[in-house]
Design a protein around this ligand. Structure first.
Ligand code: HSE
Length: 336
């Protein structure tokens, strides 16, 4: 679906806010999931949502206008508490301004349940939870697709570039394709049954902003042909549940060779995962997390354990997650 901020009629949404659609709740608790961007061959255009981990936002309406951060947990003090610099509050304020609802006041509590700078779409999960929460408190004036342009602002603030391959799956759930950025055109792709994901976050620091600078700006036509073939192959595999085609297609010649150096033991870990029957192995987003697909949850769990043990032997600690693909996106955990 094609969507931009300018397509949102704020007179209509303002009217909705003042009409019966207003839900009248005072407080809401929303969970939004971690995501794996790029899906190996689709730099900046493909991503999928995980069941876990994810972040939680508790948002309450207050009398004084404006957006405030009242508490953040789980971030080791890394995230800004200043509402104008925090991606969640800045995006929520931007959305309120755009809708002509500057007089609305909300307070935000953010519980980070996943590591920051892990390549698992940490800022996207928080921002999406915040935008989803405020939209619900307002009586849902915008569709999920219409929330997307506001979520992109958060990515711009977090890493200097508004890429949508984390925020789109976090908001819409499932596997998403960014067909175009201008205009923003996002397509939900089918999620094959029995596709499970092992994700391991090695405890090394990779900043998305810096990892993006490692990617070459110019590629040859020959390289583009290889990449187009793989992306088209992957999309076709998702429609036909063809796991062999999926495995052949989830390969990247453009970005991975440059970013692999950021991840300890990347090629050893890949060999290990593939030897254990992983359908694919690659970097999650800009890293350092890595992921593998498997046919079953049990196999994904075994792969995750082995990858963690291998990293441990080289003196690198890690977190491991095993997850299905999350078809739902954000979830309401409670309304008061
Ligand atoms: N597509 C983005 C990148 C995702 O690879 O830089 C960042 O999580």
């Amino acid at each position: 679906m094609v969507c931009s901020e300018n397509m949102i009629d704020n007179k209509k949404t303002k009217k909705l806010f003042f009409n019966a659609d207003f839900r009248g709740e005072e407080e809401i608790r929303v969970f939004a999931p971690a995501t794996v961007a790029n899906m190996i061959c689709g730099f900046d255009i493909l991503g999928f949502a995980l069941d876990e981990p994810g972040d939680e936002v508790i948002m309450r309406r207050v009398e004084n206008s404006g957006v405030r951060i009242s508490e953040i947990t789980g971030d080791d003090g890394k995230l800004p508490r200043d509402a104008s610099r925090n991606t969640v509050s800045a995006c929520v304020q931007h959305m309120l301004n755009h809708l002509g609802l500057e007089f609305v006041g909300v307070e935000i509590v953010l519980h980070k349940h996943m590591p920051i700078g892990s390549g698992l779409g940490s800022s996207a999960a928080s921002t999406v939870a915040g935008l989803f929460a405020v939209n619900e408190l307002l009586g849902r004036p915008l569709s999920r697709q219409e929330l997307l342009p506001f979520a992109l602002k958060g990515e711009e603030l977090a890493c200097g570039h508004g890429h949508a391959d984390n925020v789109a799956p976090a908001l819409l759930g499932g596997i998403t394709l960014i067909r175009s950025y201008e205009p923003l055109d996002v397509i939900s792709l089918p999620v094959p049954p029995n596709l499970y994901c092992a994700v391991v976050f090695p405890h090394v620091e990779v900043k998305t902003r810096e990892a993006r600078m490692m990617v070459q700006n110019n590629i040859s036509l020959q390289q583009a042909v290889v990449q187009w073939g793989n992306i088209a192959g992957l999309v076709s595999a998702l429609y036909t549940n063809d796991f062999d085609l999926l495995s052949r297609s989830m390969q990247d010649i453009l970005v991975e060779p440059f970013r692999a150096v950021l991840i300890p033991e990347f090629y050893g870990l890949r060999q290990l995962a593939l030897n254990m029957g992983a359908l694919c192995f690659g970097i999650s987003g800009s890293g350092p997390s890595i992921f593998a697909f498997a046919h079953s949850r049990e196999r994904a769990a075994e792969i995750s354990t082995q990858l963690q043990e291998h990293l441990e032997k080289t003196g690198v600690g890690s977190n491991g997650y095993v997850s299905g693909i999350n078809n739902v996106g954000p979830r309401i955990h409670g309304v008061i």
